[in-house]
Design a protein around this ligand. Sequence first.
Ligand SMILES: [Zn+2]
Length: 335
Amino acid sequence: MRATTSFPAFVCPRCRGPLSSTPDAYACAPCAVTYPVILGIPDFRVEPDPWISLEDDRAKAIRLHDATTALDMAGSVDAYWAMTPGTPPAQARRFTEYVLEGEQRAAEFLDAIGADDAAPAAPWLEIGCASGDLLAAAADRAIPVVGVDVALRWLVIARHRPALATGAQRLVCANGEHLPFADGVFARVVSLGTLEHCRRAETVLSESARVLRDGGAVNMRTTNRYSLLPEPHVHVWGVGFLPRRWADAYVRWRSGQRYLHHRPLSRGELAVALRRAGFTQIRVDAARLLPGDRRRLGRLAAILGPLYTLARTIPVVASLLSRIAPLLDLSSRTP
Ligand SMILES: [Zn+2]
């Protein structure tokens, strides 16, 4: 079943003015900038993905597209890791499993935010849609979503999800800090595990507020800077408690890895950023334990899960928990 809601037109992500378009590109005359359409996906990026240059990402997306035309989702994700040197096979297998389980995790997140409102008044926006797991789960519920991601190569993979092969959802390559949409065009903005990777998460939140309609909702899940558990991307303890300018050197000393493309915010920093972005009804809570989180945590969830869930319901304890919980759920509305 398809919703009849139409997707909003694109505007220039630099000046927000109208664009002229051909099948191959969008162009902004005042900015003298052309935004190419690559493999059918418009590329409105103002800044590259921190991991890879614009040119290398586009080249990789085209190579991936050519190599995966006849493959299903699992085969395409395997092809991605085979094309990505420096990823040990065991780690690549775990990543592939994670991507394939994503649709189930996204469906649980949609349940948790009460997203059973099929055919909403306006489409939703997902910031950081990556391999399209939430877009697919939303398509199953006839919720139209525009998925934005900074990595063109992952959007090419996303199209291998059966629910997205029909073009039910729209995929757009863009920065969360520079959205190519006019003000007030979306009913809800969602984001899972993206904010902590953004150069300027505060700007992503103000852009979210800008593109939302009056009374629109934002629901995001992100890692907590002040988590008491090791930093989940590099598995180093205590990174967030250091001044940000020391984080990379500290992580390199502890683990040999770099820490240049992660910038999680704390509960307090998120609340301030949401308020400055103009949101109301601001909530930043210790993340609700979803069935997928329980599966991933196994025995730990069996032991600590009930205690954690209880703690979330006792106001004073919940407030303390939200300062140190590894994951945060934030929700707010535009006035
Ligand atoms: Zn422009």
